[in-house]
Design a protein around this ligand. Structure first.
Ligand code: HEC
Length: 259
């Protein structure tokens, strides 16, 4: 059964090959473009992150430009390249299925372009794909956790020390997000002095962000997929809680509590 299928596939490939040889530059170009599209769209993502649609489009346009240049390099090849298109569209001496195919193309192509234009122009009630609510909700297991470390001067001191050691290269010795390594990150490291960051947040939220960071998030984690390291692999929980304490104290902010 399987062998039969393989055989059939082989025969089909052979037929396509023969057609290609007869079809000249145009047919080869079409196969190349379709093949490239399928490769970029479906095969490449198996190995790396999927390409954005506009990049795929750019590659295809470049490829088509290359094929057109190659196909029109001499008068002879130009005729070979455009001949089939012109003959098909002008309908010269066409009969039967070719005639119908030509009609279909002539009717469907304007409809397709119209539909495409409509689809891009019509206002949509879907939320934009990358709406940035500044702070995402932490996953359930982190909701409502409270800092188990007593808020003593020693613990705050230790938290600040740990912060200086692990976090200040990016978030800055003054907690202002201007550490020596901060430049070059997009999104930039958070500025904890700014009233819009940790002052808006609960300790449980910080605990989640510090433990999971931004690098471990899947692609869908945009825009929280950032350079923020995933500290759960390196710092014991107790240190993370102490760092949170030192962070608030150093930035002169207070964690948000449920009023
Ligand atoms: C390699 C640079 C880097 C280091 C080191 C780093 N961070 Fe970050 N951090 C970032 C970046 C980049 C962001 C991204 C800002 C965002 O996603 O909003 C961030 C975001 C955060 C946030 C989220 C703030 C918010 O408003 O959502 C917290 C909290 C945080 N970092 C705490 C820490 C702590 C604590 C440490 C040390 C244990 C640390 N970071 C070390 C780069 C770093």
């Amino acid at each position: 059964m399987k062998g039969g299928l393989l055989l059939k596939g082989g025969v089909l490939l052979k037929k396509v090959g023969v057609l290609l040889n007869k079809g000249g530059v145009l047919a080869k170009g079409v196969v190349l473009v379709v093949g490239l599209y399928l490769f970029l769209k479906f095969i490449l993502p198996l190995f790396t992150a999927p390409l954005p649609a506009n990049l795929i489009f750019l590659y295809l346009v470049l490829t088509v430009a290359g094929i057109v240049i190659f196909g029109t390099i001499s008068g002879e090849s130009t005729e070979e390249f455009f001949g089939p298109i012109v003959r098909f569209l002008s309908g010269e001496g066409q009969t039967g299925s070719m005639k119908i195919a030509r009609l279909l193309v002539l009717v469907l192509f304007p409809l397709l372009v119209g539909w495409q234009t409509y689809a891009t122009a019509v206002p949509s009630d879907m939320p934009p794909a990358e709406s940035r609510t500044i702070h995402p909700a932490p996953p359930g297991e982190f909701v409502g956790l409270s800092n188990p470390i007593p808020n003593t001067p020693e613990n705050v001191m230790m938290g600040k020390g740990l912060f200086a050691a692990f976090c200040s290269p990016c978030h800055g010795a003054n907690f202002d997000g201007k550490g020596p390594a901060a430049r070059g990150f997009d999104p930039p490291p958070a500025n904890f002095v700014d009233a819009g960051t940790i002052a808006q947040l609960q300790e449980s939220y910080l605990y989640w962000r510090i433990k999971k960071g931004g690098v471990g998030l899947p692609v869908e984690g945009m825009p929280w997929k950032s350079a923020m390291p995933r500290w759960e692999l390196e710092l014991p929980d107790e240190w993370v809680w102490k760092i949170i304490m030192g962070e608030y104290d150093g930035a002169h902010q207070k964690p948000r509590t449920w009023e």
